[in-house]
Design a protein around this ligand. Structure first.
Ligand code: NAD
Length: 267
């Protein structure tokens, strides 16, 4: 019960497919560890699916709809969390989208959308949550970046890599500004994780779903991709008091992938 009596606001707690993405796994694991979870997603059906899974396990969860790139939506869910529970101990900024393409192929709108969803969302969430954490005397923020923020990921998605690099910088600055206020800000850099998110944008690039799964498994030093639970366990550590002296870190959850050269099938 490492999150007993804590309230966790998880943004992007659904999953684009039927399976379990990183945010859904975090919401479920946090609830198992005693947190009262507010599961937020653009897709309310998906957030409700997460809620039902948590309730079925005897946990506590509310589901809210919001587009995290829209200021009024973010404000509304933060207000709802405070109205319902009076506090926010843990904020997880998990939402991320990927658009394939380099500067030539990507439209300006796609570039802006990726930055709005991947980066501005974290700015908006922190803008509204930090004052509550300060008033409470502390809190933990977990931002989900990507190994693609620090290196070539084998796929040409420049807006994704650049936006995730911005997430790292954003997290570092907020971590330092709030370190004396007992508010910790840490970043997770997942490597290749087998979640529903990768199927739609990436399968075309790798020549089909089964070929993509095989190629991504083969790229990992362990011989297989990670799963959403691996990311969730890292988030649990960073969200809980187990990491009370940890702030400003970039924690790779990548099975050692950062240590080796990634060889894409084609570019
Ligand atoms: P996912 O797509 O399964 O989950 C993300 C959720 O965010 C979905 O439920 C989706 O509906 C929601 N969402 C998308 N846009 C939204 C918006 N504007 N407002 C609110 N909700 C929105 O993805 P995932 O694979 O679990 O990825 C979660 C995070 O992990 C992302 O930040 C992603 O960049 C990161 N990540 C994933 C991998 C991987 O290999 N899967 C690797 C590195 C990093």
């Amino acid at each position: 019960m490492r999150l007993k009596n804590k309230v966790a606001l998880v943004l992007g707690a659904g999953s684009v497919g039927a399976g379990i993405g990183n945010g859904r796994a975090m919401a479920m694991l946090f609830a198992r560890e005693g947190a009262r979870v507010v599961a937020v997603d653009r897709d309310i059906t998906s957030a409700q699916d997460t809620r039902e899974r948590i309730l079925a396990e005897g946990g506590h969860c509310e589901a809210e709809q919001a587009d995290v790139s829209v200021a009024a939506d973010v404000r509304r869910v933060v207000d709802a969390c405070i109205a319902g529970f009076g506090r926010i101990d843990v904020l997880v900024n998990n939402v991320g989208i990927a658009e394939l393409g380099g500067p030539v192929e990507l439209s300006e709108e796609a570039w802006d959308r990726v930055f709005d969803v991947n980066v501005k969302s974290m700015f908006l969430a922190c803008k509204h949550v930090l004052p509550h954490m300060e008033r409470q005397g502390g809190g933990a923020i977990v931002n989900v970046s990507s190994l693609a923020s620090v290196r070539w990921a084998g796929v040409p998605y420049v807006s994704y890599g650049a936006s995730k690099a911005a997430v790292n910088g954003f997290s570092r600055y907020v971590a330092m500004q709030y370190a004396r206020k007992n508010i910790r800000v840490n970043t997770i850099l997942p490597g290749l994780i087998n979640t529903p998110m990768i199927v739609e944008p990436l399968s075309k690039f790798y020549g089909g779903v089964s070929s993509m799964l095989a190629q991504r498994d083969a790229m990992c030093p362990t011989g297989s991709m990670g799963e959403a639970w691996d990311v969730a366990h890292a988030a649990l550590y960073l969200a809980s008091d187990d990491s009370k002296y940890v702030t400003g870190v970039e924690l790779m959850v990548d099975g050692g992938l950062a240590q080796q050269v990634i060889t894409p099938a084609t570019i």
